[in-house]
Design a binder for this molecule. Structure first.
Ligand SMILES: Cc1cc2nc3c(=O)[nH]c(=O)nc-3n(C[C@H](O)[C@H](O)[C@H](O)COP(=O)(O)OP(=O)(O)OC[C@H]3O[C@@H](n4cnc5c(N)ncnc54)[C@H](O)[C@@H]3O)c2cc1C
Length: 427
């Protein structure tokens, strides 16, 4: 089986790279082993929330030059400032094209609430989520925080506590919807996606609306866990039509309904451009000759090789086995690419759990074009993007989604502009 571009990994990086290339007319396929970090996403995309030295960032573009000085190996530093600005804009356009409606921009981070009552900065946040500005705070004084009796994946008391610091009068309401009764008896089933599935039925949703309409009379806005809108924004739009005050969501603990929705939109957009998606298949091995990937082998295709002019490795970090840690060794399991990590295992972690953990910055080494390196030799048709890359800390620097989107689009742009790569019949 032959393709123009074969992408390994169907997370945010793999899908956004694939969408760009398939739209350009490339014969493009994604092999994806399983769920990605998107299924655990907060519904917010981070671009840059803090510099490596811990200084908070409000304006990611303004902070670029200092980031580059502090972290020359950061993927953003490799892209350069011009690309950083251009690709963050292009990422926003890509999401809009996929009908992923978000608020925010790369000029100025906004604030969002987490399910555990933390206030966290973000670049872009799904439209239905509650966000506010760090300068002006929340525009509502009286807020009802509504949850479902017995639901553990959202803590209204913690959210109310966080809002107090913003001069908000927050009151908590527990709903006891009869349709959720059987979920309540099994804590492991009482999850956001299961609730959304039940509330997707019109009579159950009407009952929710009746309960909310009684609460909303006494407040300026409602905040509730993101358990509404199983497959699309239809129910959020109905809230807008029914109520003259906002009903906003806060992410729950995983599984993430917003993340699931983002994934579905990206996936369908990729297919709509003619991309092929090999779901549940894993790339196991590859043949490299003359510093170029000739063939890859997957679990489902056995000894039938897949080949492509360009290969993109977007297999994620430790979380999705894009990187594997063994005692004293960290490796990239498909190609055995060079990985940057400290050979002294004692230095992988920091004793204080709340300090940046060094292993978070470990990842695959690349040249400035984001091509993988094997035994110090650049593999000329193998690009590496997303969280499998090294040189950044997605948690402490708050740049996870940004690195995945921007590196994926940078790679896609390079592949698309390679002479003769577009629309050329595959031999
Ligand atoms: C739990 C979690 C939650 C996060 N939430 C946020 C958030 O809310 N906001 C934010 O900005 N950042 C978040 N991040 C940071 C996150 O890393 C990025 O946002 C981004 O989604 C990562 O995308 P990716 O495509 O690089 O990797 P992943 O999402 O990890 O995707 C990698 C994909 O590759 C597949 N794969 C792996 N090996 C193979 C193989 N051999 N063959 C075929 N397929 C393979 C995996 O199955 C997976 O589908 C989160 C990270 C984690 C781990």
């Amino acid at each position: 089986m032959q393709f123009d571009t074969l992408i390994i990994g169907g997370g945010l990086a793999g899908l956004s790279c694939g969408i760009y290339l398939a739209e350009q007319g490339q014969r493009c396929s994604i092999v994806s082993a399983g769920q990605s970090a998107l299924h655990f996403s907060s519904g917010s995309f981070n671009l840059l929330n803090a510099l490596p030295d811990g200084t908070p960032v409000n304006q990611p573009i303004e902070a670029f030059d200092i980031l580059k000085l502090q972290a020359p190996q950061h993927p953003y530093s490799k892209l350069g400032k011009e690309q950083f600005i251009k690709l963050s804009r292009r990422a926003e356009q890509l999401l809009a094209k996929c009908s992923i409606n978000v608020k925010g921009n790369s000029q100025q981070n906004h604030l969002r609430l987490t399910s555990l009552g933390k206030v966290s900065p973000a670049w872009l946040t799904c439209e239905e989520m509650a966000i506010f500005s760090s300068k002006t705070g929340l525009p509502w004084h009286r807020i009802a925080i509504v949850s479902f009796d017995g639901f553990m994946d959202f803590q209204p008391e913690l959210v109310a506590e966080a809002l107090k610091h913003y001069n908000v009068d927050a009151s908590i309401f527990w709903l006891n919807l009869p349709c959720l009764e059987h979920l309540r008896h099994n804590a492991s089933e009482f999850r956001s996606v299961n609730i959304a599935q039940l509330l997707n039925q019109p009579d159950h949703f009407s009952r929710l609306n009746i309960e909310l309409s009684q609460i909303i009379q006494h407040v300026d806005a409602i905040i509730m866990p993101a358990c509404v809108g199983l497959n699309n924004a239809k129910q959020h739009n109905q809230f807008k039509m029914h109520f003259d005050k906002p009903v906003m969501m806060v992410p729950t603990l995983p599984p993430s309904l917003a993340g699931r929705h983002i994934y579905q939109q990206l996936y369908h957009q990729f297919l709509s451009y003619g991309g092929s998606f090999m779901e549940g298949d894993s790339v196991l091995d590859a043949v490299i000759e003359n510093n170029s990937v000739k063939e890859v082998y997957t679990r489902n295709h056995g000894n039938i090789p897949l080949s492509a002019k360009n290969i993109v490795l977007a297999s994620g970090s430790f979380f999705n086995k894009g990187l594997v840690a063994e005692y004293g060794r960290i490796y990239e399991p498909i190609f055995g690419l060079d990985v940057s990590y400290d050979k002294n295992k004692a230095n992988w972690t920091e004793e204080n759990f709340f300090q940046p953990q060094p292993y978070m910055q470990f990842g695959v080494k690349t040249d400035t074009q984001l091509r993988g390196i094997l035994n110090n030799q650049v593999i000329t048709n193998l690009y590496v993007g997303g969280s499998v890359l090294g040189g950044f800390d997605p948690l402490k620097q708050g740049c996870g989604a940004g690195v995945s989107l921007l590196t994926a689009l940078h790679i896609a742009e390079q592949i698309a502009t390679k002479q003769g790569d577009i629309n050329e019949p595959v031999s």
